[in-house]
Design a protein around this ligand. Sequence first.
Ligand SMILES: C[S@@+](CC[C@H](N)C(=O)[O-])C[C@H]1O[C@@H](n2cnc3c(N)ncnc32)[C@H](O)[C@@H]1O
Length: 406
Amino acid sequence: MPEAPLTRHDAGVSDIDSLYQPTHDEYARQRLIGVMRNHAFHKLRDDVCTEYETKVAPALKAAGKPVPDDGHGIDRVMQQNDLYRFYSTIRYNSQEMMYQSVLNPIERVAPDMNAVGQEIAARHNARGTLKIAQGFELPRYVTAMDVHLAPGCFHSEYTTNDLVQGAMLAQGSRVGVGGMAHRRETGAVGQSIAHWLAAKYPDFKPRRILDIGTQSGKNLIPYGEIYPQAELYGIDVAAPCLRFGHVKAEQEGVAVHFSQQNAEALDFADGYFDLVVSSFFFHEVPVPSTRRILRECYRVLSTGGIMTHMELPPSKLASPILDFMWDWDTKNNNEPSYAAFRAMDPTVLCVEAGFTADAMIETTVPNWSSYTPEQNAKFYRGEAQVPRHGRGGWFIFGARKMIAPT
Ligand SMILES: C[S@@+](CC[C@H](N)C(=O)[O-])C[C@H]1O[C@@H](n2cnc3c(N)ncnc32)[C@H](O)[C@@H]1O
């Protein structure tokens, strides 16, 4: 009898990323897209700012017209500007191309991926867990559109135990930052904040850490390096991302407890966590949901516990031109809550949720990457007073839960 051909399933694959390696031409395309995005995010973005400051605003002034003093006003003026339109075109198309460029390699192995993923997780056995809820109701703000132009968004499932969407988002973002050497490929944000927390609060030793909107846990896993004694929990509404995250964490040897939950109504007991974090999360959530989620963060934090959320800096801290540039995604990237979230004051939101104003944390955390702070600084166009977003640092807001006054 002829032997059955060896499948990937039999081959003892130990790293899920090795399944969807691109061909030479696919890799060349991915690199090109990474470089194109880097060009748009840095050189073109700076050129648009300079164009506004040195040409558009002076021309308005010379014509006796009002010069806008906020991002919305600049938006109205710049919509017809050729350089801005070119920048927008490159950003929009490279965002779509970023996901397209990883779909072929992933689809080639998609039929095997779920089973192989389960095997990888079982073989490594880092003792993390995965809980997918039965009959889970996804929020409308996730299902209504392909958020940040990702085909199928975070949550779409095509087969049983599907994790393809998680792989696509992880690989897409890897391509996206591929041309941006100053950002570490994975987990730069979690790594930066974990190091910052350890330096700022040397006596703080969280026993349990929760990451909300964790997706596949890439910005949660670095907390395990800094706080090896802590239990790590990641929640998200998107089952494929959680399944993929479970495989990745197990293969990296980090025990993470992933569960499918809506951050607006967590199933954890009051005071269960000492540290609650998130990254790139709140700008995707409508403001009423943000309020509910922050109340949940307050509830599940222990007294003395810390909450830090990495986000786009709020409008109140941005120069008008940066405010305009940072809101690009609202209209162009299927992230309709972006500008509304940035218009809110983090202190007001946190105080509404139960935190005290004097316990607020609002700062820029230096990017912990392969670059030194001096090298990071060169990505910055001299906006010393403006908090950073990805260029040498990450803006965070949050608070420490203080002992209630008696
Ligand atoms: C842009 S991703 C951020 C992923 C990750 N935190 C990171 O740093 O890369 C936002 C994530 O939030 C999840 N999400 C959106 N609304 C949610 C909610 N109400 N509760 C839990 N997760 C949610 C989405 O499924 C998605 O995975």
